[in-house]
Structures are given as C-alpha cells and as structure tokens.
Design a protein around this ligand. Structure first.
Ligand SMILES: N=c1c2ncn([C@@H]3O[C@H](COP(=O)(O)OP(=O)(O)OP(=O)(O)O)[C@@H](O)[C@H]3O)c2ncn1[C@@H]1O[C@H](COP(=O)(O)O)[C@@H](O)[C@H]1O
Length: 105
C-alpha cells in the first residue's frame, strides 16, 4: 500500500509543471508555503473534530486530507514520502524513551 504514497508523490512532482488554473496542487504551490501550512492546520483540526465525533469513515476521510496536504508540503520542500518512512523505520529499533533521548542530544 505504500506504493500509493509513491504514486501520489509522482503526481505531485508532475504538478510542478502545471498551471494553477488547471490543478489544485499547482495552485497550492503557486500560493506558497504559508498556504500549504494553513491547509495542514485546517486538515489537522478537521481530523481532531472527526475523531471526537467518533465516525470512523469521517476519521479516514479527514486523515486522508491531512496526509495529502503533508505530502504536498514534502514535495514543495524537495522531500518525499521515503524520507519520512525511513525516519519511521529508523525508530523501529528504539523505544519511545530512547528516541526522545536521541532527539534531545
Ligand atoms: N488526494 C488528493 C486530494 N485530497 C484532497 N484534495 C483537495 O484538498 C482540498 C481540501 O480542502 P477542504 O477540505 O478545505 O475543501 P475546500 O473548501 O474545497 O478547499 P479550499 O478550496 O478552500 O482549499 C479540496 O479542494 C480537495 O479536492 C485533493 N486534491 C488532490 N488530490 C490528489 O492530487 C492529485 C492532483 O490533483 P490536481 O492538482 O487537482 O490535479 C489528484 O489526482 C489526487 O490524486
């Protein structure tokens, strides 16, 4: 399933060549980093509200919106899902406390 993230990352790269009137993603790139960050803030809030409401379908829907906008942020910054997945993989061998200790070094 992580192929889905790779496929989406490819589409997000292609959208860097597209114009804002033809593509939502291109319009976000054109508006700039603050607009992408604003969408992430909105989608995070909507995810929290969905979770408080307890409707599983809504939680999935809002989380997909949140992940999607985080993917747009990564692409905008010249990063991709592999960068995040590698970081998560690195943490497999660590307990939460060990990870926190490394972070604070
Ligand atoms: N996965 C998504 C995706 N998820 C959510 N969205 C859009 O993200 C926005 C979510 O914002 P909101 O929930 O606030 O809804 P809204 O009020 O319509 O949003 P705004 O217009 O206010 O920004 C909506 O416009 C959704 O359509 C997405 N837009 C695109 N994709 C993927 O990105 C690809 C490229 O999209 P385009 O650039 O539009 O071709 C698509 O083929 C999809 O695979």
């Amino acid at each position: 399933m992580s192929d889905v993230l790779q496929q989406l990352a490819q589409i997000l790269e292609q959208r860097k060549l597209e114009t804002a009137d033809k593509s939502y993603v291109a319009s976000l790139y054109a508006k700039g980093l603050d607009s992408i960050l604003k969408k992430i803030g909105e989608e995070a809030t909507e995810t929290v509200i969905a979770a408080k409401g307890g409707d599983k379908k809504q939680i999935i829907y809002e989380t997909a919106d949140l992940w999607f906008h985080c993917m747009v942020l990564l692409a905008d910054q010249g990063l991709g899902p592999d960068d995040v997945l590698q970081e998560l993989q690195r943490r497999f061998g660590l307990s939460g406390l060990e990870e926190k200790a490394q972070r604070n070094k």
